[in-house]
Design a protein around this ligand. Structure first.
Ligand code: GRF
Length: 232
């Protein structure tokens, strides 16, 4: 049976689109489908993308977002929750019920450059201000706090000396579009799990040191499977 995914998004929804396109590309090999897209913003582009795809699109009232989200997800028989640019804190009853089945993508290498208020261009500007030479998306399980849950996968993106928040953000977003759908599918298919101690488990547990090498030399939009095979 297909894993029924709900995507929560506040903005344009390019990551939602990446997930839809990737699942489509898997054809009958897809183990998951997006059954619901919900947003705290009625004008979110993500809702339009869902409608174009024939997926139920729902603008959440404040009450739904804070108090009844869990019931709303249950009513749509949702198995897994994917945050894709969702700027609100997910209520604890939802993060607890979906523990190990709720994911987020953040546009920097956590645990740095995350937390409340760290979204959009602010993240990339903080990366530039810090002087680090490497950034890139992080995909992690979600818990009760912003950007804090166990990390599943990261993708390195170089920071250039002449980067602006915008140019860096574009490069990181391109990497997100490649990485996030694959991690979403791996979790949906049960290939990556969260154990009771909060450790991420998956096929990468058995990967050898060559995966470190593959991670450091692979071009940004190829070889993403090697990230999933990267031992933590
Ligand atoms: C992405 O940069 C993601 O990392 C962050 O929010 C942004 C969403 O972009 N959580 P989009 O709406 O998917 O285009």
């Amino acid at each position: 049976m297909l894993t029924r995914i709900a995507v929560l998004a506040s903005g344009g929804g390019s990551n939602l689109q990446g997930i839809l396109d990737y699942l489509d590309s898997l054809g009958s090999g897809a183990r998951a489908g997006v059954a619901l897209v919900a947003s705290d913003r009625v004008a979110a582009g993500a809702l339009d993308r869902a409608r174009v795809h024939g997926i139920e699109a729902r603008a959440l009232s404040d009450t739904e977002r804070v108090t009844t989200l869990d019931a709303l997800l249950a009513a749509s028989a949702i198995d897994m929750v994917v945050l894709a640019g969702y700027l609100r804190l997910v209520p604890p009853d939802v993060t607890r019920r979906y523990r190990g089945r709720i994911l987020n993508v953040h546009p920097a290498l956590l645990p740095a450059f995350g937390g409340p208020g760290m979204y959009g261009a602010r993240v990339h500007q903080a990366v530039l201000d810090s002087g680090v030479r490497l950034s890139g998306p992080t995909v992690h399980f979600v818990d009760d706090e912003y950007d804090r849950g166990p990390i599943i996968a990261q993708w390195p993106v170089a920071v250039y000396h002449d980067d602006t928040a915008e140019s860096l953000g574009r490069r990181v977003l391109a990497a997100e579009h490649s990485l996030y759908p694959r991690v979403v599918h791996a979790v949906a298919a049960g290939a990556v799990t969260l154990d009771d101690d909060g450790r991420v488990r998956g096929a990468f547990d058995r990967a050898g040191p060559e995966c470190h090498f593959a991670l450091s030399i692979a071009p940004p939009l190829e070889g993403v499977e090697s990230v999933l095979a990267h031992p933590r």
